[in-house]
Each structure stands twice: as structure tokens, then as C-alpha cells.
Design a protein around this ligand. Structure first.
Ligand code: FEO
Length: 396
């Protein structure tokens, strides 16, 4: 893939990780990119680098635009290794470049790279490249304490690192070059699985961009495709809604099953919820990525978890999902639990305790039945599900 312009004087020189399928537990069926951008004016700045193994191809792309010894600055927007693990190699290839990061970034680079020293920039600092300027805005916890945005006002381009990212490997560089449903799906998945626990900070970032009045003809994150031709207000509102935990009338039903009894009830529950007009998403945790469930849950008001009892507790897949979800701290949601048992129950009690500890509201009673569900159990499950859906609607 060649270097390619994303704005006048700004070139994408990053890397495409076509085969990435797991980003620390977040399943990435469409792969990922690590975007780095070369801002070329009288002076030249590289904004962000890439994972170590992709540094040689990033250097080739830079060299196709300007000789490596003409790069004057390297800007580190974020020290997480997907952007920063290749920094030392990049610095060795461009030793004349002055490297800058936020105060947290300076500290993080030293810690990650065994004492490597770089220079500090803070919010409001400007680097004048001669014809282009770079303005910095610290954005702590979007995604790590060091995170920072870089803005180039002359071409109205925001280089915002993880914010507005999507895990999506493609040879295209802009949202208008791919299916809209695809990038929006990945935008949502990225928010749900990476930024959901940081809603307060994301909300502040959105407000800060509005307050500064930055015109953004191009929003170029460090993952996925650059956003152009999209109404900025609509985009910021979408992020703003997610950041406040805004929900709609939707319920996710996720279950595990041993001998299909819990699965059969799950089907009746989802069908009954659908009959109330509530949007429903049904999935078996044995075959559905946790990140997909979480993405579906982002805007949902309710989560219903099903598990049969095994050894007095829930199945490990439910426990795994609850552990995954606990770290993401979903807000403003309600939950219910159901599951079959043989001679001793326990799964629904365990799931209830864990869901309440995460912060789900769940005054609705659990629903259990013994062995294989009967026609009477199906009818009871449907009534239970309708009551849950109605109760969930009232929380909106
Ligand atoms: Fe893409 Fe927080 O790193």
C-alpha cells in the first residue's frame, strides 16, 4: 500500500494489519490499521508511529514522500504499543527528528522504552512547520492518561489517535470510499470495547472540540478510515450520546447452554420481547465474540443473561463475559437472568450478584426451571420476558 494524501500536505504513511483478529480480547474480524500521518510543509512532522513489526513499511512510505533525514518532528499522540512500540526504531531511522508528547506521553515513553528521553508539549502549544502548524490538545483517558490530539488548522484536519477509531483493515483511506454500514458498525464496536468505560472523558473531549470551534474537514484517527463529508455535529452527537450512556428500547439476550434447554427458553424469551416492539439481539456465547455482544449492548437498555447451572454456578462463558463487561463499566442499564438446573440451582444467583456488582439495575426476579423446559415453562418464559421488556421500557 502506498503513502496517500488525506489532506493538502498530509499523507497517510501507516500500516494495515490485515490478519489481526484479537486486540487484547476484542475480536477484530475485519483486521486493523495503525495510522501514522506525515505533515509536509517547509518542515516535516510525523504524527504517531506504528507497531514495531510494521516500522519498515512505514519508513518506506515516508521515504516515498520525503527523504527520512528531512523529517523534523515526531509527535507521539499516545503511548499504547500499537502506536508507540515502533518509536525507538523510527527514531533510529530519523535521528535528527525532535520527538514530542504530552507530559504523560514523555513519562510513558521513558517507561516503555527504558529511559528514552523526548520533549514535552502541552495543550495550546504550536509547532510551526512553515505553511502548516500543529496545535496540541491533551485528552487524558481518551484513551490513556497521555492521550493527545493534534490539529492542523490550515487544512482543517484533526489527528485524534484512538478517538473515532474503527478496527478495519482496508486499502481505502476514507469513510466515503467504503460501505457506510461497515464503518459505522466498526465505529460503534470500537467505542463499546475500548472507550465505553471512559465516557466522562470522551464527553469532555467532545465538548472541548465544540468549544474550540475547530473546523474539521477531515477527522483522521489512528485506526481505520478517515472521516470526511460527515456532518461534524451529527458525529459528535453520536459520540456524545454513547459517552453519557444513552440507551434505546433494545434488549440483548445472551446465553450459554448444555443440553439446549436454556437455548430453547432463550428463543422464546427473545421472540416474546420482539412481540412487544422492543428491538432484540439474541446470541449464544459459545459462538459469538464477546466484543460483538458488547457492541450490541452499547445502545441497549437491557441485558438478559441465561445459563444452566453447572457445579452450583454459571457456565464459564457467562463468567468470562461478565468479567469482560465489568471492565467496560456499562451505565444506565437493566438486567435479568434465567437458566435451567438439574438437582441444584446456582447459576442465576451468581449472575445476579455479578451483574449488580457491575452496576446493572435488576429488580425483576430471575427465571429458572428444572431439566428440560415444558410447554408450561415456555409460556411462563414468554410472560416473564414481556414483563421484563415492559419494565425495561419504563426505565427509558
Ligand atoms: Fe490504539 Fe489506546 O491505542
Amino acid at each position: 500500500m502506498q503513502a496517500s494524501p488525506i489532506a493538502d500536505g498530509i499523507h497517510w504513511v501507516g500500516a494495515i494489519d490485515w490478519n489481526l483478529r484479537d486486540f487484547h480480547g476484542y475480536e477484530t474480524p475485519r483486521g486493523a490499521t495503525y495510522n501514522a500521518y506525515l505533515v509536509v510543509a517547509e518542515k516535516v512532522a510525523l504524527v504517531d508511529t506504528v507497531k514495531t513489526q510494521f516500522v519498515p513499511e512505514m519508513l518506506e512510505r515516508i521515504a516515498s514522500v520525503v527523504p527520512l533525514d528531512k523529517v523534523d518532528y515526531i509527535v507521539v499522540n499516545h503511548v499504547e504499543p500499537d502506536h508507540n512500540s515502533g518509536l525507538r526504531l523510527a527514531m533510529e531511522a530519523m535521528p535528527q527528528a525532535k520527538v514530542v508528547a504530552s507530559p504523560g506521553g514523555v513519562k510513558g515513553v521513558a517507561e516503555y522504552h527504558n529511559g528514552l528521553e523526548i520533549d514535552q508539549v502541552v495543550t495550546g502549544d504550536i509547532i510551526d512547520l512553515g505553511g502548516r502548524t500543529l496545535t496540541f490538545l491533551q485528552q487524558p483517558m481518551v484513551h490513556w492518561p497521555d492521550s493527545m490530539f493534534t490539529y492542523c488548522p490550515e487544512v482543517c484536519t484533526l489527528l485524534c489517535n484512538d478517538a473515532f477509531g474503527q478496527h478495519l483493515a482496508t486499502s481505502e483511506r476514507f469513510v466515503d470510499e467504503i460501505d457506510e454500514a461497515v464503518w459505522l458498525e466498526e465505529l460503534q464496536a470500537y467505542y463499546a470495547n475500548i472507550l465505553m468505560p471512559l465516557g466522562t472523558q470522551v464527553g469532555k473531549a467532545v465538548e472541548k472540540i465544540k468549544e474550540l470551534g475547530w473546523v474539521c474537514h477531515v477527522i483522521a484517527p489512528s485506526h481505520g478510515v478517515a472521516i470526511r463529508g460527515v456532518d461534524l455535529v451529527t458525529l459528535l452527537d453520536r459520540y456524545g450520546k454513547w459517552s453519557t450512556g444513552h440507551t434505546r428500547d433494545k434488549i440483548v439476550v445472551a446465553y450459554s447452554t448444555m443440553w439446549h434447554s436454556t437455548e430453547e427458553i432463550a428463543a422464546h424469551i427473545s421472540s416474546a420481547i420482539g412481540s412487544t416492539g422492543t428491538d432484540v439481539y439474541l446470541c449464544d456465547l459459545a459462538v459469538t465474540a464477546l466484543s460483538k455482544v458488547t457492541s450490541e449492548l452499547l445502545e441497549a437498555r437491557g441485558l438478559i443473561l441465561g445459563s444452566p447451572t453447572l457445579h452450583h454456578g454459571m457456565l464459564y462463558r457467562n463468567a468470562g463475559y461478565l468479567q469482560y463487561l465489568a471492565g467496560l463499566k456499562p451505565k444506565g442499564k437493566v438486567a435479568g437472568v434465567f437458566g435451567s438446573y438439574g438437582w441444584s440451582s446456582g447459576a442465576t444467583k451468581q449472575m445476579t450478584e455479578r451483574l449488580e456488582a457491575i452496576g446493572f439495575e435488576m429488580p425483576h426476579p430471575d427465571f429458572t426451571w428444572k431439566y428440560r423446559a415444558t410447554a408450561e415453562d415456555f409460556a411462563t418464559a414468554e410472560t416473564w420476558a414481556v414483563q421484563f421488556a415492559e419494565w425495561s421500557k419504563q426505565q427509558g
